[in-house]
Design a protein around this ligand. Structure first.
Ligand code: AMP
Length: 281
């Protein structure tokens, strides 16, 4: 992969990288299309990264469907699929990790200690292997994108980080490889996540600016769904991911919840503009 990417770079081509864990869905395809608009060749990596899973998490059960994914990437005319083994990425004796302190410790980091250390480490390795001009991430995992932006700035990396909008099922559920774990009943219940964020959007449109009252709406909406259990619901500054008390500038309403045994994420982007706020789910 390194040789292929160095050769492309020597020809002056702009490499685009889309890091994934596979079990590809339309969210991943949207990142591929965004990459293809700006870069050639496009490299998609598929690597279920053991370093970002906690000891009691779903590493063993994480959906793996390499042949199906390969076919999809062929249909999308992706130039290269990079699918290393865990032993290639973490050979015996491996002991260097990247910590993004602060940004990596809150929210997801609090619920999943060590998660972003695993993410940042593998993404830095992928960046060094592919040396992409640009790398494409989904806003569905807003904190992850922010951690990667921070790492890229802090370590003087040359890769531009492009964050793409969340792709959703018709019922509003954010697409995720983990949705495959949901039973039909849980899948219906999981639409409560995006509904709760829509309720927040409605209250903002009616003039609500108080972050505590807005997070209370998320909890209240989700409490109506017996299969859903909130892990956290917070309104934070888009850059620092620190909690805000009043909406200001650019913020995220970030939410993690269990539906049955499946942990799902969702968020709403809230941007101050022209005296009001615009929101995007
Ligand atoms: P994953 O395979 O879940 O690690 O995700 C790989 C990349 O796809 C990450 O940058 C995710 O944020 C992004 N992604 C996952 N789900 C979606 C979605 N529904 N819409 C847009 N991007 C997504």
């Amino acid at each position: 992969m390194k040789q292929v990417c160095r050769a492309a770079q020597a020809e002056g081509r702009l490499i685009g990288l889309v890091p994934t864990m596979g079990a590809l869905h339309d969210g991943h395809s949207s990142l591929v299309r965004a990459a293809q608009q700006r870069c050639s060749p496009v490299v998609v990596s598929i690597f279920v990264n053991p370093a970002q899973f906690g000891p009691n998490e779903d590493l063993a059960n994480y959906p793996r469907q390499m042949e199906r994914d390969r076919g999809l990437l062929e249909e999308l005319r992706v130039d290269y699929l990079f699918a290393p083994t865990a032993a290639e990425i973490y050979p015996a004796g491996f002991q260097s990790y990247v910590n993004v302190d602060g940004l990596g410790d809150k929210l997801e980091g609090r619920s999943r200690p060590g998660h972003f250390r695993g993410v940042a480490t593998v993404v830095l390795k992928l960046f060094e292997i592919a040396r992409p001009q640009a790398a494409f991430f989904g806003r569905k995992d807003a904190q992850q994108a922010r951690v990667i932006e921070r790492m890229t700035a802090d370590l003087n990396l040359d890769t531009e980080i492009v964050v793409c909008p969340t792709v959703r099922e018709p019922g509003g559920l954010a697409m995720s490889s983990r949705n495959a774990y949901l039973s039909a009943e849980e899948r219906a219940a999981a639409t409560a996540l995006s509904r709760s964020l829509r309720a927040v959007a409605n209250e903002i449109a009616r003039g609500e600016r108080d972050a505590l009252r807005l997070t209370a709406i998320i909890r209240e909406q989700l409490s109506k769904e017996p299969l859903a259990h909130v892990d956290y619901a917070e309104i934070v500054d888009k850059n620092t991911l620190e909690r805000v008390t009043l909406l200001r500038g650019q913020c995220y309403a970030l939410l993690a919840a269990h539906v049955g045994k499946t942990r799902l994420l969702d968020n709403l982007l809230i941007c101050e503009s022209g005296g009001g706020f615009t929101v995007s789910l």
